[in-house]
Design a protein around this ligand. Sequence first.
Ligand SMILES: [Zn+2]
Length: 385
Amino acid sequence: MTLNAAVTPREVHRTAGGSAVEAATDRAGGVLLYPLLFAPILQYRLWGGRRLAELLSTPPDVDGPIGEAWLLSDRPDHQSRVVAGALAGLTLGELLEEYPEQMLGRLAGRFRRFPVLLKFLDAHELLSVQVHPSDEQADHLPAGETGKTEAWVVLEAGPESRIYAGLRPGTTPGDLRAALATGAIAGQLVGFTPKPGDGLFLPAGTVHSLGGDLVVLEVQENSDVTFRLHDWDRVDPATGLQRALQIDEALTCIDFDQGVLAPVRPLLEADAPARRERLFDCEQFCLWRIQGELPFTVGAAGLPRVLVCIAGSGEVEHGGASHPIGFGDVMLLPAMVGECTVRPRGPLSVVEVALPEVPATTVADGPPGSAALLGVTAPEGMRRT
Ligand SMILES: [Zn+2]
């Protein structure tokens, strides 16, 4: 990767962590950011498989089940690192601290950390049956954490694949406790067989699980707060123990009034030069899927955007330079980059993620994302009751 040759001079910037990087600057000495590619962080999970090892361009050199690849993470314990260009080696957190305006544009100063977390999940087996608190349930949130609304885009699915999302209508806390006591919890859950391309929106408070050789892209609030209701009586081979459950906390976070959830119906925004569909639009994130073979535009002036390549390959052009992107790659377009052209090499499919304009801690009351989602993209019969 080369930066625009007209950019001068170069100078050394020292980050808060003490590492020195050589970054391109403009004539006024401001750092010039560029489309930033990050390395995935692979995570052991007992329910995981080996599919991500086959799919990612940098396969891991470890054995065992890999359930999650964190594509873009600004967590204290898991920091995504830039892999290419003058800023290679810097973490997302360091970039935000060092270059807040260049990274976030008019969103600078609004977030303590990058507000969304992006992952691939390879659910060979079923995940635990779990629920996440909402931004408003402060009693259940450790200091500095937000709630966790999340959404999935299905990349690979087979006949054994299963998604559970929500409770059967009319289920009470007592019904759920009784089902947990007998292990018959699946009978209380709404489940379906997903297919590649399905998008599922999971507001905080939704009981959920997925598995059966299912690979999804997950976008979620940057939170690690999960309450497990049930873990299929599994013993984790890594510890010889069953994983802890948090049934009481889970029960207080569940939205028992939620209706049946189903895959969203994408909103078609454009069909040329590429097909652009909006899948999710909520207070925590917005996500489009863009598919095509002709050059198309991504990014937004003065705002950061994140691209994830979910099929094919191509180039992202910016400032006279060309940045290759292939399956599984995540590329952050800093706010100062703005719009860029994506040039596909054959059929290409990417998702583009926009950040919330309002921090989660000040999100107004109301079901996260429901108004925008149900008003725009919900299929007939999907409305909550
Ligand atoms: Zn979850």
